[in-house]
Design a protein around this ligand. Structure first.
Ligand code: NAD
Ligand code: TYD
Length: 358
């Protein structure tokens, strides 16, 4: 077993940031297994496309034969599962794909990893890790006065997305307790940064602002999210992989709660500075639209455990991270053009045209 890892979903937003950093930091070989759904894009991996430490395999995590063959061939020391359907609004429109990938796909992946792990020698078995990348949304919604989510909070998912992620977390937990497999789970708050697909709030607002379109705010914009720069999420995952206690879960967050309206105002003000409009402010494009059904009011992460036990803290504040992000989007307009294909335009029509303006 050399220093090889398997990453699933490594052509998506967080996965590609993770794989790029892993290869560029010289941490070893990555086998990147991704189905390339609308959210997966090989352009996210352009910087490492010629690197011998990056091997891309287009496949579904539920494709048992391919996963088994890949594990046998590469003998990884860890499997990190980023692959998922990840967008709440899409899960409201078509939950089936979320059940299929996030639950059934994770189950098949776990079965193949179990077969591989069971056949390893004792040393390799002890050193192996399966790290499951999950979300804070499994804990449900907080009121303004509730304490932030701790690892001990009960699971109370409210959307088909968060319910499917919760189910996969439970499967991972069960494989540790039942089969003794060396599992780690991370539950992270909302990420932002490079390669974020422009269906999610921050890249959507940047994209729409620059293209003179409405900036759609669901409800009254008072919903609160904790925001973490994606590179910080990746460094936390590396730290959990390196030093996390087997069978444990770790909450990851940025200690940075903001209302959606606060985020959108920040973005408009930054764009007003960086790329001023001929007249007026980007804030003029803000439009209140019908709320998301079952919209969780507030997410907040208590990241004390990972800081205390593993010494991890985010390197970026929201101010520094969002500066880098806006600059990245301004410098990578061709990336945005490429990913906003016909499929993207159809989604924008499906999701926003039905919403009445508030
Ligand atoms: P994303 O939608 O940008 O990327 C998902 C990737 O998985 C894509 O490359 C897609 O092609 C791939 N994929 C989807 N179904 C697949 C399948 N059946 N087999 C193989 N590959 C498949 O998602 P993201 O935002 O990068 O999120 C990555 C992980 O992190 C997810 O598990 C998500 O639940 C979790 N997470 C995301 C956030 C966030 O703010 N984005 C926060 C916390 C946790
Ligand atoms: P999103 O980026 O979809 O992440 P999540 O739902 O996983 O938190 O949305 C972040 C917040 O922004 C969420 O409260 C919903 C809101 N939102 C809007 O107000 N307008 C939009 O067009 C989108 C996509 C999201």
């Amino acid at each position: 077993m050399d220093n090889c890892i398997v990453v699933t979903g490594g052509a998506g937003f967080i996965g590609s940031n993770f794989v790029n950093a892993w290869v560029m930091l010289g941490l070893g070989k990555v086998i990147n297994l991704d189905k390339l759904t609308y959210a997966g894009n090989l352009e996210n991996l352009a910087e490492i496309s010629d690197d011998e430490n990056h091997v891309f395999v287009q496949a579904d995590i539920g494709d048992k034969e391919t996963v088994a063959a890949l594990l046998k061939q590469h003998q990884p020391k860890a499997v990190l599962n980023f692959a998922a359907e990840s967008h709440v609004d899409r899960s409201i429109h078509s939950p089936g794909e979320f059940i299929q990938t996030n639950i059934v796909g994770t189950f098949y992946l776990l079965e193949e990893v179990r077969a591989y792990w069971s056949a390893l020698n004792e040393d390799a078995k002890r050193d192996f890790r399966f790290l499951h990348v999950s979300t804070d949304e499994v804990y449900g919604s907080l009121t303004a006065d509730d304490p932030a989510f701790k690892e001990t909070n009960p699971y109370e998912p409210n959307s088909p997305y968060s319910a499917s992620k919760a189910a996969s977390d439970h499967l991972v937990r069960a494989y540790h307790h039942t089969y003794g497999m060396p599992m780690l789970t991370t539950n992270c708050s909302n990420n932002y940064g490079p390669y974020h697909f422009p269906e999610k709030l921050i890249p959507l607002v940047i994209h729409n602002a620059l293209n003179g379109k409405d900036l759609p705010i669901y409800g009254n914009g008072s919903n609160v999210r904790d925001w973490l720069y994606v590179e910080d999420h990746c460094s936390a995952i590396r730290r959990v992989l390196e030093a996390g206690k087997i069978g444990e879960t770790y909450n990851i967050g940025g200690w940075n709660e903001m209302t959606n309206l606060g985020v959108v105002h920040t973005l408009c003000d930054m764009l007003d500075q960086a790329q001023p409009k001929a007249s007026g402010s980007y804030r003029d494009q803000i439009t209140y639209v019908q709320d998301r059904p079952g919209h969780d009011q507030r997410y907040a992460i208590d990241a004390t455990k990972i800081e205390r036990e593993l010494g991890w803290k985010p390197a970026e504040t929201f101010e520094t991270g969002i500066q880098k992000t806006v600059q990245w989007y301004l410098n990578h307009q061709s990336w945005v053009e490429h990913v906003t294909s016909g499929e993207y335009k159809k989604w924008i029509g499906d999701n926003y045209q039905a919403r009445e303006k508030a």
